[in-house]
Design a protein around this ligand. Structure first.
Ligand SMILES: [Cu+2]
Length: 189
């Protein structure tokens, strides 16, 4: 909860009206549709994106981290997670930060607030967006500033329906501080 006082991720600076930027993603869903191409690896190759986290029947796309300036203590990591058979995100870790939490954002009396959650449901075959203004992975007490172009390793702890927890390794690309969404088109051209 201490992270709620940190404005480092840049999320708090967004108004509620701007928040659901990642909702535009359904437009790109059509292009890479999981139903159209069943092999996630094939999708990754076609799009040239770094996906490749395939444990626990979980696919992570478009993982990115908002870049920071020197002295900034915290930032957000964003991605789209799809579990083929249904799972729950129960934790995250990164060597880039001392503390890594899963956060949600909610409007509360007209103010956007974020708080840590311990479980995030990943319904079967349903892409769950983690984006500015919504769910995100919070990196707290950063060990160094994160510059555009850097790569941040993330480990997601995903609990399957059998209650077994698997680690899903993700490499998140650092985007500039002002980035608000994951422009899928930027990966193609
Ligand atoms: Cu947060």
């Amino acid at each position: 909860m201490s992270a709620c006082r940190l404005t480092g991720c840049g999320i708090l600076s967004q108004s509620g009206a701007q928040a659901p930027v990642y909702n535009r993603h359904p437009a790109t869903n059509k292009e890479y549709g999981v139903k159209a191409i069943r092999n996630p690896l094939a999708i990754a190759i076609l799009l040239g994106v770094s996906t490749a986290a395939l444990a626990a029947d979980v696919e992570v796309r478009e993982a990115w981290v908002r870049g920071t300036v020197s002295g900034q203590q915290a930032t957000g990591a964003f991605m789209e997670i799809t579990s083929k058979s249904g799972a729950t995100l129960v934790g995250a870790a990164s060597p880039a930060a001392a503390i890594t939490e899963i956060h949600e954002m909610k409007m509360d009396g007209g103010v956007m607030k974020m708080r840590a959650i311990t479980r995030l449901a990943l319904p079967a075959a349903q892409p769950v967006p983690l984006g500015p203004g919504g769910y995100h992975v919070m990196l707290i007490n950063l060990k160094q500033p994160l510059k555009k172009g850097d790569s941040v390793p993330l480990t997601l702890q995903v609990e399957g329906e059998d209650k077994k927890i698997e680690a899903v390794e993700v490499k998140a690309e650092v985007r500039e501080l002002g980035a608000t969404a994951a422009p899928a088109s930027a990966h193609k051209h």
